[in-house]
Design a protein around this ligand. Structure first.
Ligand SMILES: Nc1ncnc2c1ncn2[C@@H]1O[C@H](COP(=O)(O)OP(=O)(O)O)[C@@H](O)[C@H]1O
Ligand SMILES: [Mg+2]
Length: 218
């Protein structure tokens, strides 16, 4: 059984994660690779209900319960979606994963990283992405982009200093694991970012299962 390939997109609000994820899925289809696409929080019926609570602008919550809700959604997603797909040898692409919790609830809200890492280890069973694409962007630019999408959610309403800490948190995580992370300049045009995403992903695709089982030539 092939080990599968696990790719995550990370970065602040409006960095272009969802945009680039969709483009990567298209590019993969172009070389005959079908990907399982999911997101956090969400991705399961349970996680989707948790997502509604987490993004509700009318709710206030403390940092620890917030982290535990993200973790609850994550635990369900890993067990029901991500691990089964990987064990079938599939490519899984996830819009946010545990790095977001380390950046938002750790660097952003000030919860101790060792605690978050311990709980995350239990929640994920130690499952780490093979590749994490960090779309790095000035949060002021990202929030402006996100605002064009419509009413801001609970996280988009947090102040700019919080989002600056989140950005720095992501960059620190990338410094700690340079072999897992690709840090991409998300201020570029979508086409340029998509090219950088493809360049980062391509070396990982050799073992991925193409649709119909044909040999993959890149
Ligand atoms: N490279 C880019 N330059 C300018 N605008 C972008 C870029 N990438 C995405 N956008 C736009 O910014 C908004 C947020 O993008 P999105 O992919 O939803 O970000 P995220 O999922 O990271 O929050 C969307 O309206 C999208 O069309
Ligand atoms: Mg998005």
């Amino acid at each position: 059984m092939m080990p599968g390939l696990f790719i995550t997109f990370e970065g602040p609000e409006g960095a272009g994660k969802s945009t680039q994820l969709a483009r990567l899925v298209e590019a993969l289809q172009g070389v005959g690779i079908a990907a399982v696409v999911t997101r956090e929080p969400g991705g399961t019926p349970f996680g989707t209900r948790v997502r509604e609570v987490l993004l509700d602008p009318g709710l206030e919550m403390h940092a620890l319960p917030e982290f535990l809700l993200y973790s609850a959604s994550r635990a369900q997603l890993v067990q029901d979606v991500i691990r089964p797909a990987l064990s079938r040898g599939e490519v899984v692409i996830c819009d946010r994963y545990f790095d977001s919790s380390l950046a938002y609830q750790g660097a952003g809200r000030g919860l101790p990283l060792p605690l978050l890492r311990d709980i995350t280890q239990e929640v994920t069973g130690g499952l780490k992405p093979d590749l994490t694409l960090l779309l790095d962007l000035d949060p002021a630019v990202g929030l402006e982009r996100a605002a064009a999408r419509g009413q801001p959610d609970r996280l988009e309403r947090a102040d700019l200093a919080f989002h600056q800490r989140v950005r720095q948190g992501f960059l620190e995580l990338a410094r700690q694991e340079p072999q897992r992370f690709a840090v991409l300049d998300a201020s570029q045009a979508p086409e340029q970012v998509a090219e950088a995403v493809w360049e980062a992903a391509r070396p990982h695709l050799a073992g991925a299962a193409p649709m119909g089982g044909a040999a993959l030539k890149l």
